[in-house]
Design a protein around this ligand. Structure first.
Ligand code: THU
Length: 133
């Protein structure tokens, strides 16, 4: 079982946030996923002029990790400049329920990175729609 260092994961998410491409909302979000093997995979939000195509930091991190062959995620940190930290949107909760159901989700405000809230994916999305292939 890998040890979860939530401060380190929040720092990684804060660094990833610097890569956000958010010219429309100016709301930069960073996410960092920790695998069971101790690897950290990051992402940041990317926005489109066709607003609905925007992809959240959480999904960018998850897609990045999944398409690199990584599985068994134990934690995700999400950081943005917002009071209490950014709560993942419904779409990201669905993807977390499908691909990172056991992960702890840490959220933090980039201005107060040591004040970290923790949620389970089940708490964020109870009674999720999942299919086992
Ligand atoms: N966003 C994320 O990346 N993650 C969240 O948890 C909430 C929202 C992004 C989407 C969009 O680029 C911007 O924040 C404003 O909604």
């Amino acid at each position: 079982m890998v040890a979860i260092n939530k401060q380190e994961l929040v720092r990684a998410a804060a660094r990833a946030r610097e890569g956000a491409v958010a010219p429309y909302s100016k709301f930069k979000v960073g996410a960092a996923l920790l695998t069971q093997t101790g690897e950290i995979v990051c992402g940041a939000n990317v926005e489109s002029a066709s607003y609905g195509l925007t992809c959240c930091a959480e999904r960018v991190a998850l897609f990045n990790a999944l398409t690199s062959g990584k599985r068994n995620f134990v934690a995700m940190a999400v950081v943005a400049r917002t009071a209490g930290g950014p709560m993942p949107c419904g779409a990201c909760r669905q993807l977390l329920a499908e691909y990172a159901s056991k992960a702890k989700v840490f959220v933090a405000d980039s201005r107060a990175p040591s004040a970290i809230k923790v949620f389970s994916v089940r708490k964020l999305l109870p009674a999720a729609f999942v299919r086992k292939p």
